[in-house]
Ligand binder design. Structure first.
Ligand code: ADP
Ligand code: MG
Length: 232
């Protein structure tokens, strides 16, 4: 163990649980999940619809708080932080990629990538420089001024990956990033993830329904009924 603790697991959950209250009924979305992910791993999460994958990802991404259990992110217990503290960690450490791309339609690719940096207070010239570099790294140097409607689904998802990258995250969390894409575009996205993982050491956790997509990753965690059913 080095002095800075940099060899600590990036993700460590213990007995993580999340219940949603729906009127009188409580839905146990997550039922005691203990998972460790080391820095630099490339992991997929699989499981049937409703098995708790998105709930788990939302907790990992500090978008939500668990009902019980603990979550250590980079060695810090983040399970009991306030919303503001969670937002700060989110902005500093985590890049998100979603199934629906979540780009703003009226903005160009480079403006979409710059937006989180604008909120984070990064100076304009630095924002533009980082956005261009991130778009170039996903092969979109010639699409900087295109709006989402002028790009394919695969290109839009690459813009979303560039937006995640521009924040220089320690890890990327992707919830069904290839769910809206054909298989050629899906492979493009997974190839980008593989390169970001192997060349830059970015930890990546991605949810998928498809074994072909999971096959790109080093390790697959299978969820069933809000629990870890096994690993492949
Ligand atoms: P998955 O991503 O594997 O399809 P989810 O994590 O979205 O699964 O959902 C797990 C369970 O929790 C499901 O039964 C779902 O209906 C329930 N659930 C998810 N989000 C909410 C919510 N905001 N309110 C109530 N129930 C929810
Ligand atoms: Mg889901």
């Amino acid at each position: 163990m080095d002095a800075k603790g940099t060899d600590l697991a990036i993700i460590q959950t213990r007995a993580l649980a999340k219940a949603y209250r729906m009127g009188e009924v409580e839905v146990a979305a997550l039922n005691g999940v203990s998972v460790t992910v080391q820095r630099g791993e490339f992991v997929s999460v699989m499981g049937q619809s409703g098995s708790g994958k998105s709930t788990f990802m939302n907790l990992l991404g500090c978008l939500d708080r668990p009902t019980s259990g603990t979550y250590h992110l980079e060695g810090h217990d983040v399970s009991r932080l306030t919303s503001d503290q969670l937002a700060e960690i989110r902005n500093r450490s985590i890049g998100f990629v979603f199934q629906g791309f979540n780009l703003l339609a009226k903005m160009t690719a480079v403006q979409n990538v710059e937006l989180p940096m604008l909120y984070a207070g990064v100076a304009p010239a630095e924002r533009r420089r980082r956005a261009r570099a991130a778009l170039a790294s996903v092969g979109l140097d010639r699409r900087m001024e295109h709006r989402p409607a002028e790009m394919s689904g695969g290109q839009q998802q690459r813009v979303a990956i560039a937006r995640a990258l521009a924040g220089e995250p320690a890890m990327i969390l992707a919830d069904e990033p290839t769910g809206n894409l054909d298989s050629a575009s899906s492979n493009e996205i997974m190839e980008i993830f593989r390169d970001l993982n192997s060349r830059r050491g970015i930890t990546i956790v991605t949810v998928t329904h498809e074994p072909d997509v999971a096959a790109w990753t080093q390790r697959t965690i299978v969820f069933r009924d809000g629990r870890v059913a096994g690993e492949a």
